[in-house]
Design a protein around this ligand. Sequence first.
Ligand code: 2M8
Length: 411
Amino acid sequence: MLTQVSRSEEARNILIQNDRGGYTIPTAGLYPYQWNWDSAITAMGFAEFDIGRAWQELETLFSGQWADGMVPHILFHKADAGYFPGPDVWGGTGPIPSSGITQPPVAATMARLIWNKDRSAGTPRLKTLWPKLRAWHTWFLKWRLDQGAVCVTHPWEAGRDNAPDWDGVMERIDPVGVGEYERRDTSHVDGSMRPTKHDYDRYIWLVQMGNRLKWDQAKLLEENPFRIADPTMTFLLLRAHRDLLAVGEELGLQTAGMAEEIALLEKGAATLWNPELKSYDSRDAKTGLWTGCISNASYLCWLAGLDSPDQAAHLERSLERVKFGVASYDPTGEKFDSKRYWRGPTWAFMNFLIGLGLEEQQHPLAPRLRAVTREVIRQHGFAEYFDPTDGSPAGGQSFTWTAAVWLGWAS
Ligand code: 2M8
């Protein structure tokens, strides 16, 4: 019990220490800026002890929204030489220096959770935020659909940077002309637990292409070889759009067309079912080929309101095989690597998103997932991610969204 109390204090302190005045960085050193989905999860954590600060986190995120509705994956509020690639490499075209890609849209889902904690404090703020959320979702629907499933155009956009899902298309990219650059991530954390140089050359090549095309979505649609219909984006947008509609109806806002959009996304989600794998999978939108990956994003189906006994069988098998949470990649798969970032490790915030979906559907696996997430944080603290085979902490320490998940869900 003593550990639990002090872990909660520690978690609050992490949020406070990583607060840079209206926005929170994921961890000092490694990630010195505001990241999109980190901030949304962080807002949920702040809501446990400072509801005003929770809304402010989301408001600051949307202060970087582009004219076309896109909300960038990184906002570079204050320059920091400790991170690469910085604002100049990206050449973002929004009101605040930013990256040129987005991240999974969890903000509406977190906003609804925060609103439900205190409606009188939240209603005016949510009313202001709602049209901005709507504009962001509309941007996805306009530019990113493939048969109704939502595509990513860069591995960083899915937030699952070096997931095996991207291996095939990354192999086909020849990062010609990418030039010399200095990575900063490996000066903060162990390089053997990070993406490789092969990955980084391609990440930077894709960024340079976007910058050259001034992030014009129509041009990128033609030129960018990286376009993958992805369960992370598809399930999270479907869920977020359901939340946005529900809130909009309660607040008496203009929700025309949203039910049809949800139906389209539901159809899209169904197209991500790989019958051979008996799992939700990513699909290369350029070739139509499956990537053949059971990832932690495959288990976001419940959060999107979809049930699947076959998917649950994979989850149960995974939780039997590794004891410390949902592995980011199938632990029996040949590419499983328990310490290398999104190729195996478990992430507390992903366990939370998966667990929330399971809990809402009263799924029998739900209590187990919450318990293992609690245990790994209780034993090993607020690491960026954990080796799911033994729970050992990895990546950045004093990590904001891990602390937020402890406060809002796992403790
Ligand atoms: C990781 O991604 C960044 C690039 O966006 C990086 O490695 O430099 C991912 O885990 C991503 O999901 C996360 O939002 C970000 C900050 O925690 O780090």
